[in-house]
Design a protein around this ligand. Structure first.
Ligand SMILES: C[S@@+](CC[C@H](N)C(=O)[O-])C[C@H]1O[C@@H](n2cnc3c(N)ncnc32)[C@H](O)[C@@H]1O
Ligand SMILES: *[C@@H]1O[C@H](CO)[C@@H](O)[C@H](O)[C@H]1NC(C)=O
Ligand SMILES: *[C@@H]1O[C@H](CO)[C@@H](O)[C@H](O)[C@H]1NC(C)=O
Ligand SMILES: *[C@@H]1O[C@H](CO)[C@@H](O)[C@H](O)[C@H]1NC(C)=O
Length: 425
């Protein structure tokens, strides 16, 4: 539970805006170090979707492992409880705003009503919550079906949680839903280009063949758009991994949508800051702007550092996007990245260094490079048009990127995200 709060919290802080950078960059060749394709054997075959679903359902059994808040089924039920409570939680907030408004003296309220119709605005928002609640309800329904959980079990779990004063997590639900914009709406296009451009370009230039696709793993993949973009390049077998059950429920839901832009919702109504117009605040966004077709992309749910215990040397490329700073123990992340790559395999990273609420260690960029090198990573020269070298002497480039931004918002935060490619020796 602590962990869930921790990682989502890290996401919450990533709200920003950035200067647009062209993804079209100078050519530089990106080789995954040559290995003998005739003799090289991956340690184990990749799982199929069916095998992974069987494993998932198995792990979700109450009888597998100790029944506490860390049990996968408990964590899943907690997220289902969260989405189920969307309306209640958000209505409570709107009601709090209504009560705060009562502190405004009557004469001033009269003025506000006749000019901006403030009560009407509150009423409208309350009404729009219904659409978001329908989406939350659909996420729950799809999740119950996908994970084979009955509504009565969820009802029982909610009753028990409420009796134990365990409240639903409004923030994690809101963040999960806002990621539909980042990953699967037209509105997120520019933000995706800023972040995905350099990664996709590097992967596109990697030599590979369709009869021997390269294996790519993306841990902390959120709602999976980058994983699907990598898949679209062709010649890659893509595995994504995500720990948050809020994210996984949202991803399972978006994967099930077969009509483009068929799901509307109002991502901005729960935060009234930074809006130029009330129309912006109340605007609807639709998704998915691209339907997810059956593909090579396999989601393996769970903690990156433990769920791949048997996948040592299994991957040609690891891509970490806005991920490494979510670690409680950064050293374990780096060790896991190194372990999962085959010799000569490549690690591609883009992200800030925004440490969460309780990391065991907090390293600066130069320390991360030094530690990675000591583990056997060799940092490669990268395309200068990605961005400028951040620290003279280190092969790391900085670029301004937004995360979870409102395209029409009046706030313009950005991260100086760090890009590097390192080869495992
Ligand atoms: C800042 S978000 C980035 C999501 C996605 N890469 C993107 O750019 O939109 C970090 C993600 O890492 C996930 N995460 C945190 N710890 C993890 C772990 N130990 N294993 C797998 N995923 C984890 C979080 O749940 C969260 O979805
Ligand atoms: C790869 O291994 C095979 C079998 O051992 C060998 O015949 C071949 O020469 C090797 N290729 C390279 C490029 O080393
Ligand atoms: C779904 O769960 C029910 C009750 O727990 C069980 O009887 C059934 O076999 C499960 N179905 C699948 C496909 O796993
Ligand atoms: C790199 O640095 C130069 C000189 O300081 C600057 O003009 C340019 O905008 C920087 N490029 C990027 C991508 O930040």
């Amino acid at each position: 539970m602590l962990r869930e709060v921790f990682s989502i919290f890290t996401c919450v802080a990533w709200v920003g805006f950035a200067i647009y950078l062209s993804p079209w960059m100078k050519d530089i060749s990106h080789e995954v170090e040559a290995y003998n394709a005739t003799t090289f054997q991956y340690p184990v075959p990749l799982s199929t979707h069916n095998e992974e679903h069987t494993r998932l359902v198995q792990n979700l059994q109450r009888s597998s492992g100790k029944w506490d808040s860390n049990h996968p089924r408990h964590r899943l039920l907690t997220a289902l409880y969260g989405y189920t409570s969307y309306k209640d939680k958000n209505l409570a907030e709107v009601n709090r705003w209504r009560n705060l408004y009562k502190n405004v003296p009557k004469q001033q309220r009269t003025m506000l009503e006749s000019t901006v119709h403030y009560t009407r605005k509150l009423n409208t928002i309350e009404h729009l919550l219904d659409t978001n609640n329908e989406l939350a309800r659909s996420i729950v329904d799809h999740g119950l079906w996908f994970y084979n959980i009955s509504q009565s079990e969820l009802d029982e779990f909610i009753k028990e949680s409420e009796s134990q004063k365990r409240s639903a997590d409004k923030t994690s639900v809101s963040q999960g839903m806002k990621h539909f914009v980042r990953d699967w709406a037209d509105e997120g296009h520019e933000e995706r280009e800023q972040s995905f451009g350099c990664i996709l370009k590097s992967l596109a230039q990697t030599s590979r063949t369709t009869d021997r696709p390269l294996r790519v793993l993306l841990p902390g993949s959120g709602l999976g758009r980058l994983a699907h973009e990598v898949d679209n390049l062709g010649g890659f077998d893509v595995t994504m991994n995500e720990w948050s059950t809020y994210m996984n429920l949202a991803y399972r839901y978006v994967s099930s949508r077969s009509i483009p832009n068929s799901v509307p919702f109002y991502p901005y109504i729960d935060w009234w800051s930074h809006h130029a117009t009330t129309e912006d605040l109340q605007r609807s966004i639709t998704f998915p702007n691209q339907v997810i077709r059956p593909s090579s992309v396999l989601l393996i749910e769970g903690d990156f550092t433990t769920v791949f215990a048997e996948h040592t040397g299994q991957y040609d490329i690891l891509v970490t996007l806005f991920f490494i700073d979510t670690a409680r123990n950064l050293v374990s992340y780096l060790e896991t990245i190194h372990r999962l790559l085959r010799p000569g395999g490549r690690w591609v990273n883009l992200g800030p260094l925004l440490y969460g609420t309780a990391p065991f260690v907090q390293l600066s960029l130069d320390e991360i490079v030094a530690l990675s090198e000591s583990m056997g990573f060799e940092f490669q020269e990268t395309d200068p048009t990605v961005g400028n070298i951040t620290v003279p002497g280190l092969q790391v480039r900085g670029l301004d990127v937004a995360y979870g931004r409102n395209a029409r918002g009046l706030n313009k935060n950005a991260y100086q995200a760090q890009y590097w490619e390192a080869v495992k020796r």
